[in-house]
Ligand binder design. Sequence first.
Ligand SMILES: Cc1cc2nc3c(=O)[nH]c(=O)nc-3n(C[C@H](O)[C@H](O)[C@H](O)COP(=O)(O)OP(=O)(O)OC[C@H]3O[C@@H](n4cnc5c(N)ncnc54)[C@H](O)[C@@H]3O)c2cc1C
Length: 443
Amino acid sequence: MAKIIIVGGGLAGAECAWQLARTGHRVELFEMKPEKRSEAHMEDGLAELVCSNSFRATGESAAIGLLKEEMTELGSLIMEAAYATRVPAGGALAVDRSLFSAYVTSAINQNENIEVVHKEITTLDSEELRKGDAVIIAAGPLASPSLTTSLMDIVGDERLYFYDAIAPIVSRDSIDFSKAFWGSRWKPEDHDYLNCPMSEEEYKAFVAALLAGEKVKPREFEKVIHFEACLPVEAMAERGEMTLAFGPLKPVGFIDPETGERPFAIVQLRTENKDKTAFNLVGFQTKLTYPDQKKVFRMIPGLEKAEFLRLGSIHRNTYVNAPDVLDSAMQLKARSGIYLTGQITGVEGYLESAASGLWLGISLGKQFNGKPTPKTPPLETALGALLSHLRIKTDKSFQPSNVNFGLMPGLQKKMKKKYRKEAYGIRARASFSQWFSENFVSE
Ligand SMILES: Cc1cc2nc3c(=O)[nH]c(=O)nc-3n(C[C@H](O)[C@H](O)[C@H](O)COP(=O)(O)OP(=O)(O)OC[C@H]3O[C@@H](n4cnc5c(N)ncnc54)[C@H](O)[C@@H]3O)c2cc1C
């Protein structure tokens, strides 16, 4: 039985601890909350979701849907917690964030192989880390500054910065239901989303106000690199007056019950909790200052009197240049015995972070049990594709990635676009099943 130290009790750290404990190892999990918090962490529990409450799409024709299935089959605690605390969100898997974190925290606290220590680890040379057979850094995109500096001392200047932007949340009571209406795209009977319709005039005035709004300025030492999937709403508006109307504010599939017509644009609000008392503005990550957010977002029809339970904000994202810095076991090339997992490795997203923690926990657990480590899942699977992103050097500068079909090998057969996703899904499922039976079933 080995003793493994994990730094960070977020999505990756909690999942990794769980997997190591399942294979019989002892884990000491250092989490700096509640004494110290990053700019985005507000709650005391483990596996806190700092922004959206959605784990995105389900189903086999989405790469993230496949990842969910693979993680579930590998015994993921994060997936178990997500399904146990699910809230309605159409085809997506969204959770009640408080119940979700409470579920994970309780499972970890009750596991006799895991001890949670609420303390910040400030350096990779700290006394506490020397007591383990291995050390895993899962301190996330907002790792505490002193630990980040210590990591940078070891890996050199490959570390990069960019911002993620958080979407605001409004209270249900403050929404004007004479303007906002329920329904998902093409499904007016669904009550998973609320929609705020805009006329052409309202939309154009809104875009102009977004552009004119005051933005929070980046600090001098930080480089602003926006991740395409998480662009601030005002950055999208800067690309052209109609960009939002063809993007997150797309009205296709909606009829305003008030007018009986398709609106010019639509702002979607997604439920934040089981009781549907709070809603987030879908796609409204933002760098606008707090006063200007209130001013500009209250121009949205139905939100004139919106009470903001949380405003959007910008955040640092710390990650290493994984193909340069890590070996195939996710171990620092420059310091053996220290492993990285989660968003700090350059995966992007809640589930991707958890998946990388799951994989490290499983493989390290087996290694310490003296068993052959399982082969990495094939590139055709979602997990294999995600892990390959951390290993394969390309000509392009390394950037974080979520799981997507683009990380998988192309399909051999030509086919119409509408069948392609399905074909990726079928291939991934077959490939995962075979890999799973070769590596796990005989145990
Ligand atoms: C502002 C922001 C918004 C995001 N929004 C989304 C989103 O909507 N959807 C999505 O899929 N992904 C989102 N992400 C990306 C990412 O998926 C999440 O950050 C995810 O939580 C990363 O998981 P993790 O386990 O790597 O890190 P985290 O979940 O952040 O966990 C790291 C933990 O380590 C602790 N810690 C840090 N330093 C130390 C230390 N020195 N000692 C002890 N403990 C420490 C922290 O308190 C934290 O609990 C967002 C990221 C940021 C920064």
